[in-house]
Design a protein. Structure first.
Length: 272
């Protein structure tokens, strides 16, 4: 397949496309990524330019293709138990909930879950701490492609280097023979995570409910300041009083939100 170059005008149109669809600000340095990821779609439709592919998307005759393009242009990379301190705090919050023996289930939302390592890490902690007590994990992403991978729960073993050894034994199956070098998250854990497609750039689903802990990590770096404000306002509106909100260590809510108060770097709490 001969590579087709993308020109500045075409790239600018796709920058606008992913900003409008997902709130993601794509830098000029991503030009090669855009052409590389969309080239197969041009080939699939027999098109000779990225302009023609953009017009195909805009024409509305291939509605499923819009989701394909969004999936291809959203970058997803993560691993299990990333930023361990957050999981220590999750454990403490789960234990406190267990001690209080409140009414409803302890609920955690992984709001940009990518390929699933984060929500499965959350579920392992809750299974360990809360056992048969009621708890729920909701995991969402804009990309149907990564959600499909996440539901399977099958990963290269190098993604699991931060998983506590006893969790590996209790909650993961080690691949053998042709699956050597991989792990499969145990079915009991996979069944406790509810995966759903959610676009944080628009109004959130009314049935999402309220949460005791929300993870929104390493996604705001792709948003403009205005988009950050809107997204954080939507997401923090789903925090219960006293709930915790985790963001990435390279991110900040300074001048973005006063709905939550800082506890330590990357950790916030809803008043109440």
């Amino acid at each position: 397949m001969t590579a087709i170059a993308i020109n500045e005008r075409e790239f600018a149109r796709f920058q606008r496309f992913i900003l409008d669809m997902a709130g993601i600000t794509m830098s000029d340095a991503k030009k090669a990524l855009v052409s590389g990821r969309l080239a197969k779609r041009l080939h699939h439709f027999g098109l000779d330019s990225y302009e023609a592919y953009f017009e195909l998307l805009a024409g509305g005759h291939h509605p499923d293709e819009t989701q394909v393009a969004v999936d291809l242009l959203t970058t997803n990379e993560t691993y299990f138990f990333r930023e361990a301190r957050h999981f220590d705090l999750l454990r403490e919050a789960a234990q406190a909930s267990l001690d209080q023996r409140g009414g409803g289930p302890f609920r955690v939302w992984s709001a940009a879950c990518s390929s699933g390592e984060e929500p499965y890490s959350i579920a392992m902690v809750l299974a360990d701490v809360m056992g048969n007590a009621p708890w729920e994990v909701v995991a969402s992403d804009i990309s149907t492609r990564v959600l499909q991978r996440a539901r399977v729960g099958h990963y290269p073993m190098e993604r699991a280097s931060h998983v506590p050894p006893d969790y590996l034994k209790r909650y993961c199956l080690k691949g053998i023979r042709e699956q050597q070098g991989t792990l499969l998250v145990d079915r009991a854990i996979r069944q406790r995570v509810q995966f759903r497609q959610v676009n944080l750039n628009v109004q959130l689903p009314s049935d999402l409910g309220m949460f005791d802990v929300i993870f929104l990590r390493n996604v705001m770096i792709y948003f403009s300041a205005d988009t950050k404000r809107h997204v954080v306002a939507r997401v923090t509106s789903r925090l219960k009083p006293g709930a915790q909100f985790f963001i990435g260590h390279s991110e900040s809510l300074h001048e973005i939100s006063d709905a939550v108060q800082p506890v330590i770097p990357s950790v916030y709490r809803k008043a109440g």
